[in-house]
Design a protein around this ligand. Structure first.
Ligand code: ZN
Length: 269
């Protein structure tokens, strides 16, 4: 091959690789996180809105909701320590009381410990504005992850990542189905999705918000158990899977948004 041709050949290969390497390991995918953030934004108090504007300007929470996943590709190691903030692993099959005991006594940093930590940092006005801005962005993202049941899944299969199956005949895994496939199957933009879900009465909103952080973890954990039971390794998922789980999916996105608003309103009021 001539030098020029060879260059074009390799450039083509590289471009093809970039296109073909699948997006993987992103929690709730792009749309799911934005739906949660958008719903939360709809339920902020005036005071919380003002304080958030002070930290991120005119940009929306949805705009920043996926940033904690994007930085997984940072090669400088600045954010490497945050990779275990996106999930929590507790043994499966526990009743509520034992689950919460296990969750709250975990050692080291995880999704549960970091939601509390980010909330504290955001509320701490002696920290720099930049530090509080980062805490806000992580909080938006992590409350989303908390509501993706497989982020509360089993350690042995990496939250469903090791459960190989097909989604409409395409090879996938259980975690990816819940991050992306099922959300994208609904064919909404994130704003359409948020306005479709965010229609509850005030009393219903309160009911969803007025439970504890530990309750929310247990709820996700229970849904994860149901998800595991319905999709053994090698499953062929398609329309019927959507039929079985679309309500759980929608409820989790909505609850994520409403509860994120609750946390942010608490911090700023
Ligand atoms: Zn995540």
């Amino acid at each position: 091959m001539q030098k020029q041709n060879r260059k074009i050949f390799f450039q083509t290969i590289i471009i093809l690789l970039i296109i073909l390497i699948p997006f993987s390991g992103y929690s709730w995918g792009i749309t799911g996180h934005r739906v949660v953030a958008k719903i939360a934004q709809n339920h902020l108090t005036r005071k919380a809105q003002r304080e958030i504007k002070n930290l991120i300007g005119k940009e929306s929470l949805a705009e920043w909701a996926n940033w904690p996943d994007f930085i997984k590709s940072d090669t400088t190691n600045t954010w490497k320590h945050t990779s275990k903030w996106h999930y929590v692993n507790v043994a499966s099959g526990l009743e509520k009381e034992n689950y919460i005991k296990a969750l709250t006594s975990l050692q080291g940093e995880n999704l549960y410990s970091q939601i509390i930590e980010m909330k504290n940092q955001l509320a701490n006005k002696s920290l720099s504005k930049e530090q509080r801005r980062i805490a806000l962005i992580f909080l938006v993202h992590l409350v989303g992850d908390l509501h993706q049941p497989l982020h509360i899944g089993r350690q042995e299969d990496l939250g469903g990542n090791k459960i190989k199956l097909t989604w409409f005949n395409q090879p996938s895994n259980l975690h990816e189905v819940w991050d992306d496939k099922l959300v994208n199957f609904q064919q909404y933009s994130f704003t359409e999705y948020a306005s479709t879900l965010d229609i509850l009465k005030k009393s219903q909103v309160k009911e969803i918000q007025n439970t504890s952080l530990e309750d929310w973890f247990y709820e996700s954990y229970s849904i994860a158990n149901k998800i595991y039971a319905q999709a053994p390794d090698g499953s062929k998922l398609s329309y019927r899977y959507n039929y079985i789980f679309v309500n759980d999916l929608n409820n989790q996105l909505l609850k994520g948004g409403l509860r994120l608003a609750k946390i942010l309103n608490e911090v700023f009021n």
